[in-house]
Write a protein that binds this ligand. Structure first.
Ligand SMILES: [Zn+2]
Length: 260
């Protein structure tokens, strides 16, 4: 399994790690700062640096999968396809030494500028859940835009939503990473705002993201989430609603972007 350092500290940009496997799914490390695609948030990109200082670019990160398609606890770092093929057949070498081999110590370093944009968008998408109190039936967080699909028939106002976001960003609200038990979640099903992504039950505790202070009357949003977030809403900066689309009779799509 891979220890997911980013869940406790989303601001870690690099770590040292040991290569535990090189498979067709990618390079598996014992620990990592790379977030794997999930919960609507794109996988991280970056580099793995070997002991000689040679860099292997990583273009995506995914959770490992078994043959039946269920997720494993491994996090797979994906180089370009031809580079992965060369690693697998042993032809990826530098001065006759393998670029990367199982057991090697590497530095895993994410593309922080890219990740930070996704952290700003992801936290902003939770602010949208406060501004639009409707269930979400689709979500995508990328470095360049984010979109949330709300299950609703009423129209939404782009400028009013952008103003709402600006107000919550200016309020400089803190975020807290917490956890609840499966039983607590079962007793409060309204905490789950997504119809499309169900929190992972069964491990005993489910990670939560709370926006606003810990006092009950300071709460802005609280929901199960495994994604990476900024520590304070002020860090979201200038994010606006760039588009609202009527995706279907019962779906309104809100697209977020950086203000020009
Ligand atoms: Zn989330």
């Amino acid at each position: 399994m891979t220890t997911d350092l980013f869940r406790q500290d989303a601001y870690l940009t690099e770590c040292t790690a040991t290569v535990t496997a090189i498979t067709p799914q990618g390079i598996v490390l014992d620990r990592t700062v790379f977030y794997p695609l999930g919960g609507g948030q794109a996988g991280d990109a970056g580099v793995l640096v070997n002991a000689q200082g040679h860099e292997l670019p990583i273009i995506d990160t995914r959770k490992g999968k078994t043959e039946d398609g269920s997720f494993t606890a491994a996090i797979c770092h994906l180089p370009a396809p031809e580079q992965l093929a060369a690693l697998l057949d042993g032809t990826a070498t530098v001065s006759d030494a393998p670029l990367l081999a199982v057991g090697d110590t590497v530095t895993a370093r994410i593309d922080w500028a890219r990740r930070h944009r996704m952290m700003r968008f992801h936290t902003c998408s939770h602010l949208l859940c406060h501004l639009v109190p409707q269930l979400v039936n689709g979500c995508s967080i990328t470095p360049d835009y984010a979109r949330l699909d709300f299950n609703m028939t009423d129209p939404l106002d782009k400028d009013a939503l952008s103003a709402g976001i600006a107000r919550l960003v200016a309020a400089a609200l803190p975020l807290h990473v917490g956890s609840i038990t499966d039983a607590e979640l079962d007793a409060n099903p309204a905490l789950v705002k997504s119809m499309s992504v169900q929190p992972p039950r069964g491990s005993g505790s489910i990670r939560t993201i709370r926006i606003g202070g810990l006092a009950e009357d300071a709460l802005i949003d609280l929901q199960p989430c495994g994604g990476t977030h900024v520590a304070n809403t002020r860090e979201i900066g200038a994010v606006v609603v760039t588009k609202i689309e009527k995706k279907s009779a019962t779906t309104r799509r809100v697209v977020l972007g950086f203000a020009a």
